[in-house]
Write a protein that binds this ligand. Structure first.
Ligand code: AMP
Length: 193
């Protein structure tokens, strides 16, 4: 079982690349942000608990997101592997994920999509209004970037050599090509398809 962990700032293109990778490899794309947004839309208990935190660009509690991830990766369609997008977001989540993955006997593949901060801000300004994301407002985005820098960026130290750095600049195809090259198992599977 292959577990792909995609790291990257808000606006890095992580969601787009995760979806494409998932489609190419025939593995589920697990976006904790998308699961939470759906819960908000559905007005479930989870959605009610997460709504204001998400709108403000802050992190939902580790306990809640771990519950979501544990349930999702245990599903039958994840038996060959899955692509994680937006999890882990801090060291505590990374440690919890490590335990889940070792229980599943999964091999980890970690890639970080690196994009300079000015470019991130320009991209999010560009998608504002078209994506309908409440947390793309100027203030919420600034907060998400701060949270990313203080909580999520340290994951690069946490994973060290286990994480491959991929430049997120250029076209989507270029980034996808680099990402596949950084994930040897993915290259092998794409070639044999
Ligand atoms: P994303 O779509 O990944 O940018 O996530 C949107 C929002 O959902 C984030 O700003 C957080 O409020 C929440 N969220 C998503 N994933 C996590 C996570 N792993 N831990 C905490 N909050 C999360």
């Amino acid at each position: 079982m292959n577990a792909v962990i995609l790291l990257g700032a808000p606006g890095s293109g992580k969601g787009t690349q995760a979806a494409r990778l998932a489609e190419s490899l025939g593995m589920p794309h697990i976006s904790t942000g998308a699961i939470l947004r759906q819960a908000v839309t559905d007005g479930t208990e989870l959605g009610v608990a997460a709504r204001d935190i998400m709108a403000a660009g802050r992190l939902v509690s580790d306990e809640i997101v771990l519950g979501i991830v544990e349930a999702r990766v245990s599903a039958h369609d994840c038996r060959r592997g899955f692509i994680l997008d937006g999890y882990p977001r801090n060291r505590a989540q990374a440690r919890a994920l490590g335990e889940v993955l070792s229980r599943l006997g999964a091999t980890e593949w970690i890639a970080n999509i690196a994009v300079p901060a000015e470019e991130l801000a320009a991209r999010v300004r560009g998608r504002r209004g078209t994506d309908g994301r409440q947390d793309d407002s100027e203030e919420a985005f600034r907060r998400r970037l701060e949270v990313y820098e203080s909580e999520s960026l340290p994951l690069l130290d946490y994973y060290g050599d286990r994480a491959s750095n991929v430049s997120g600049l250029g076209s989507r195809d270029e980034v996808f090509g680099r990402l596949c090259a950084a994930l040897p198992f993915a290259t092998a599977q794409l070639v044999t398809q």
